[in-house]
Each structure stands twice: as C-alpha cells, then as structure tokens.
Design a protein around this ligand. Structure first.
Ligand code: 13P
Length: 254
C-alpha cells in the first residue's frame, strides 16, 4: 500500500523524565527543526505535571502535545488519576494508550486498553494505540498473533471505524530502551501485517491509518525506517530527550 497519503508523525514519549528547566530547553530547541519540516507532524508527550508549561511554550509552534496515559473515568474519587477532559484543557491532542510499560508494570489488559482508547476518542482526542510483542513472543514467532489480539480488542470494543481517528504505534517490547532497534525489514513486515489485518475489516481505513514504529529509534536509524512503505513515523523514548537526536529524527521524515 502506498504511503503517499500518510503524513510522517514523529512523537516523543518522555516517560518519567524531565524538570522545568529541561522542558523549556528541549521545547525551545525543537521549534526550529519542526518549523523547517512542515510536512512532518511532531508531537511531544511530557509528564502530566509539565503539560501546562509545555502548552505555553508550544503556543507559537507547530508541535502538538500528547499525554502518556489516561484514566477510564472522567471525574470522581480516583486518587492520582487524570482525565481526558483535563488533558483537553491543556491543549493535548494525542494520548498514548496501552504502552507496554503500562501493560506490564500496571497490568493493563487488552480490554482496559481498549476502554481507554474509547475514552480518549469520546473526548475528541486522538488515541495512539501501542502494541507489540515481548522478546519471548518474538522468539516463539507469535508477533502477528499478539498484535492482532491487541488490535482485535479495540475493534471488539469500538468497531473498525474507531481507527478513522487514531494512530497505531508498533513497539516490540524487546526493542524498547534496549538499543536493539528492529531492522526496517522486520518492522515493515509487522506494519504490513497490521495493515492487512485491518484491511480485512475496512480497506480504506487500513490504507489511511498512521502506523508508527517505536523501540530505540535514533537519528541514524530513522531514515531507514521511514523509507519503508508502511512505516509512517516513530514513537521515540530515550532519543526524544536529546534535542539533537530528536531533531535528526524529525529531519529524517522530511
Ligand atoms: P526507546 O526509544 O527509549 O526505546 O523507547 C521507545 C518507547 O517506549 C516509546 O514509547
């Protein structure tokens, strides 16, 4: 399937990193590269505490704001949680759901992730559905079965049309924070399988949905990944904390 109609999206997931000074420095340093590459969509997902600061700093830029997780509930006695409506007030456009660190460390099930995906969409924001297999599943040749199961949970909950306004991020767990990037060929194969799976439900939606790759993406590896026909950008962890590396990934998408 052709990539020509899908924009490259480069998204930084800052995870539990940063402080006020770093937020100011990093966002300040990313504005110019983002402005130089207007055909690349750029987003950053800082920790919740810095969303307000980031919103102010990003006001005159093309960089979008994302959040890393959301609660299932919109209001009430849920200590420590944040709602999609609160994110909206801070100009958030994207919300990650089902990151492998949430699936593992917070025991989020496919059903919980699917429900969060729906909560984000209902609030008028764009969910970024993170999917991917563990090292053991990769070794056991279960990659396709795992990502199809994770996608099916969302389809069961919200229907295929939910992918009209959503982003998918394929992040093999064995490549996250390990320095082991999937080769462009390995990633492309999975991305194509994801698209083929979705096309079984709706070909137009499958052709349109952006599928990002995540897992140790660096400035040096981004261009090879973006050259693949079904890779539409990157969800970046560690390298998103370094302005020069992240800028190089943005430029690789231009
Ligand atoms: P790294 O780029 O640090 O491997 O993290 C990827 C990731 O988990 C982004 O969500």
């Amino acid at each position: 399937m052709t990539q020509t109609t899908r924009q490259i999206l480069v998204m930084g997931n800052w995870k539990l990193n940063g402080n006020k000074a770093m937020v100011a420095d990093l966002i300040g340093a990313l504005k110019a590269p983002a402005a130089e590459c207007p055909n690349v969509a750029v987003a950053v997902c800082p920790p919740v505490l810095f969303l307000g600061q980031a919103q102010t700093l990003l006001a005159d830029s093309l960089i979008a704001l994302g959040a890393q997780d959301v609660d299932l509930n919109s209001v009430g006695a849920f200590t420590g949680e944040n709602s999609a409506a609160m994110y909206k007030e801070f100009g958030v456009q994207y919300v990650l759901v089902g990151h492998s660190e949430r699936r593992t460390l917070h025991r989020e099930s496919d059903a919980t992730v699917a429900a969060k995906f729906a909560v984000v969409q209902t609030a008028g924001l764009t969910p970024v559905l993170c999917i991917g297999e563990t090292d053991a599943q990769f070794e056991a040749n279960e990659t396709q079965a795992v990502v199809e199961r994770q996608l099916q949970a969302v389809i069961d909950h919200s229907g295929i049309h939910a992918f009209n306004n959503a982003v998918i991020a394929y992040e093999p767990v064995w490549a996250i924070g390990t320095g082991k990037t999937a080769t462009p060929d390995i990633a492309q194969k999975v991305h194509a399988a994801i698209r083929t799976f979705l096309a079984g439900f709706d070909a137009a939606i499958a052709a349109k949905v952006q599928i990002l790759y995540g897992g140790s993406v660096k400035g040096a590896s981004a261009a090879g990944l973006f050259a693949m026909s079904d890779i539409d950008g990157a969800l970046v962890g560690g390298a998103a904390l370094q302005a020069e590396e992240f800028a190089a990934i943005i430029r690789a998408g231009a």
